[in-house]
Design a protein around this ligand. Structure first.
Ligand code: AMP
Length: 394
């Protein structure tokens, strides 16, 4: 990575504002149900403490839309951080108000303060200059380690970098190193697996990956738009009728580029959108009216697995089926398990896929599981991410 990291600057005795991604899922009692994003931020925080910095953390949580709402407070995050670090993390009552100023004014080396949810102030998402300036005034150095929001130009993800020396944390460094290397210099065969709901969300990625990969496997809801564009009936499956030409042109492009574009050859269809609905596996050319495609079928699973056995680099983004319902999670789970077995660089991106590999118990057998959904997609598309562009070059 050509951006400076915390290793490249002297943080001793300095107040360091660290933008983290603490946007964790919570249950109805606001208990954190998955702390992986907090755990992922620990390396940078520990490094700063060990190097005698004064650490000021900030993050968003959910979508409070510029209003102070108790259910979006970072209090549960402060508690979890305190537990994980074995060290008190003080939570300010506000973002840049009196409480934040008081708590950060006379900090000691190694001390940690967490500001309240940056999205409690609507100027955060507007990337307001005054707000950025005030936020920056709390600290002397800015560290961005929130890969999950690196594709957003908000005050705490990009705006503050105008007013402070800005470098990356270890999480962003790791994300860029793994994904960057895979894209720039992949060991081949290079296979991409793309799933998820809609083709329209993935056009940019499909288009960019067709320039780089040897094989592109399609799964999830977007497969049906391809089937329809080939003239087949898709029943009640998700299908974007205004994207049929696009599907055709993507298939054309694959042909021109010599990329093996793989589509499912069978699909598991359900009677209705429910967990226990009646289901069956049919050929992709024979989806009956009144049925909806929710997963790939057994033959496709075998075909995809066989192809993956030859791969040396694999990037996977988006679930292969309606994996929230067990009977339609088979494709996603089988792909996850196969990735854990093969001798290849395996990179999984996006919240749904990260959850799926975790559920399949194979997350630690993969090369890299990205914490960022939208950000990793935009990175794969080759877009510039504002939260990374704003950092100092090496
Ligand atoms: P995305 O946000 O585009 O990556 O889509 C993720 C969502 O797509 C997940 O909630 C999946 O359950 C859903 N999904 C994947 N395949 C299908 C399908 N065949 N039918 C309906 N939903 C699907």
């Amino acid at each position: 990575m050509n951006k400076k990291t915390v290793r490249d600057i002297d943080v001793k005795g300095k107040k360091v504002l660290v933008r983290c991604d603490f946007n964790v899922p919570q249950d109805e009692n606001l208990e954190i149900t998955d702390n992986r994003r907090i755990v992922a931020a620990l390396d940078t925080i520990k490094y700063l403490i060990e190097n005698n910095a004064k650490v000021i953390l900030c993050s968003h949580l959910g979508r409070p839309k510029g209003e102070v709402k108790k259910e979006f407070s970072l209090l549960p995050v402060a508690k979890e951080l305190t537990r994980l670090l074995g060290k008190e993390v003080k939570l300010a009552d506000d973002v840049i108000g009196d409480s934040a100023k008081n708590l950060t004014e006379n900090m000691k080396e190694g001390e940690i303060v967490l500001l309240e949810n940056v999205r409690f102030d609507k100027r955060e998402e507007e990337n307001d200059d005054e707000f950025s300036k005030e936020l920056a005034s709390l600290a002397e150095i800015y560290v961005n380690d929130a890969f999950g929001t690196a594709h957003r130009a908000h005050a705490s993800t990009a705006g503050v970098a105008k007013y402070l020396p800005a470098v990356s944390g270890f999480l962003i460094e790791k994300e860029l190193n793994f994904m960057g290397k895979a894209l720039e210099n992949p060991e081949r065969p290079f296979v991409a697996i793309l799933g998820g709901k809609k083709v329209s969300d993935k056009i940019g990625v499909i288009d960019a990956l067709l320039e780089k990969v040897d094989t592109l496997m399609i799964g999830g809801g977007m497969a049906y738009t391809f089937f329809k564009s080939m003239g087949y009936n898709v029943g009640d499956s998700i299908c974007e009728l205004d994207k049929l030409d696009l599907a055709t042109s993507l298939m054309e492009k694959a042909k021109q580029k010599g990329v093996k574009l793989m589509l499912p050859v069978d699909t598991k269809v359900g009677k209705e959108f429910s967990k226990d609905t009646e289901s069956k596996i049919v050929k992709y050319t024979e989806i009956p009216d009144g049925w909806e495609g929710f997963d790939i079928g057994t033959e496709t699973i075998e075909m995809y697995k066989k192809e993956l056995e030859k791969a040396k680099t694999v990037i996977w983004n988006g679930p292969i089926g309606l994996f929230e319902f067990d009977q339609f999670a088979v494709g996603t789970n089988e792909i996850a398990k196969k990735l854990a077995e093969i001798d290849a660089v395996t990179i999984v991106g996006g919240g749904d896929c990260a959850a799926a590999v975790e559920k399949a118990g194979v997350a630690d057998k993969l090369t890299h599981v990205s914490t960022g959904g939208g950000a990793s997609l935009e990175f794969l598309e080759g877009k510039k991410l504002p939260g990374i562009e704003c950092l100092q070059d090496k």
